[in-house]
Design a protein around this ligand. Structure first.
Ligand SMILES: C[S@@+](CC[C@H](N)C(=O)[O-])C[C@H]1O[C@@H](n2cnc3c(N)ncnc32)[C@H](O)[C@@H]1O
Length: 264
């Protein structure tokens, strides 16, 4: 915890993002990825293999855009940088480790952007009981050869929902409905892109009791939104995201994952 606190204090990040908990989330992801490196390895390998396959199938070689590039854990950056003249990595914030990692790739660009378009000014809007219309802001994607939504779909509404809730003027149902709209807007915008589009996302979080093997908890991570039709049969797997005792003494959590091409 101390290391995380020091990082949170020292890393230079726009104050609004720090306040919204975005830096906290990325630091927590970094720590957890380190702790669970071996357990997460198969998930990371599956994501990288899928993305490499999509890149190899993409006819154009000018530009690839990765939405929710995060810590590059799931992204085969070498392969993308070799294949495409430009690779644009989009996330709310790029951690120092990512800024260092991309330095050796002249064609790789970092783009800090809110993919939902709602975070800016949200705290004030929510205080007055207003929720901004969900958008899908996809920098460079309209002309990209390949766009990958990289396991960010279920995360898109998390921090906006917290900020909206703290505003104190909205009902839980209003916020839930709006979360659905945020997820839906992302999926609709992916489908409307002209290039090849790959989607990797988690759809459910399942908690299983280690002693009895019984499922104890199940959450729909997409708030009831259905995934779009696939251009080819997607792949499905389980990401062992928090084996006990990571989040609970005896309950292990996994996320059900889907990865496939939405457009080809
Ligand atoms: C599960 S992580 C994905 C990890 C990443 N694909 C990797 O390889 O490390 C989800 C990512 O989505 C990003 N994210 C969440 N909401 C976002 C938003 N509104 N705009 C841009 N990125 C967002 C988070 O910052 C985080 O990096």
């Amino acid at each position: 915890m101390l290391v995380e606190w020091v990082k949170h204090t020292l890393i230079r990040c726009p104050p609004a993002l720090k306040q919204a908990g975005v830096l906290y989330d990325l630091i927590a992801l970094e720590s957890r990825a380190r702790r669970l490196r071996r357990v997460w390895q198969p998930h990371h390998e599956t994501c990288r293999r899928l993305i490499e396959g999509w890149a190899a199938q993409t006819p154009g070689r000018d530009c690839a855009v990765v939405l929710g590039s995060g810590l590059l854990l799931e992204i085969p950056l070498d392969a993308l940088a070799q294949r495409f003249r430009r690779v644009v990595l989009v996330d709310l914030f790029h951690m120092p480790s990512v800024q260092r990692a991309v330095r050796r790739f002249p064609g790789v660009e970092l783009c800090a952007c809110d993919l939902t378009g709602v975070l800016d000014g949200l705290a004030d809007a929510a205080e007055s009981g207003h929720l901004p219309e969900p958008q899908a802001v996809f920098p460079e994607a309209a002309t990209a050869d390949l766009v990958i939504s990289a396991n960010c779909l279920s995360q898109l509404s998390l921090r906006p929902a917290v900020v909206a809730w703290h505003g104190g003027a909205l009902l839980p149902d209003q916020i839930r409905h709006w979360e659905r709209a945020l997820v839906g807007a992302h999926l609709a915008a992916l489908q409307a892109l002209p290039g090849v589009v790959g989607l990797i996302c988690d759809t459910a979080r399942i908690g299983t009791d280690d002693r009895s093997g019984a499922v104890q908890e199940r959450y729909d991570l997409l708030h009831g939104v259905s995934l779009p039709p696939w251009a080819a049969e997607p792949e499905q797997w389980a990401w062992r995201v928090a084996p006990a005792p990571e989040d609970h003494r005896q309950i292990s959590y996994h996320h059900t994952m889907t990865g496939g091409l939405v457009r080809r």
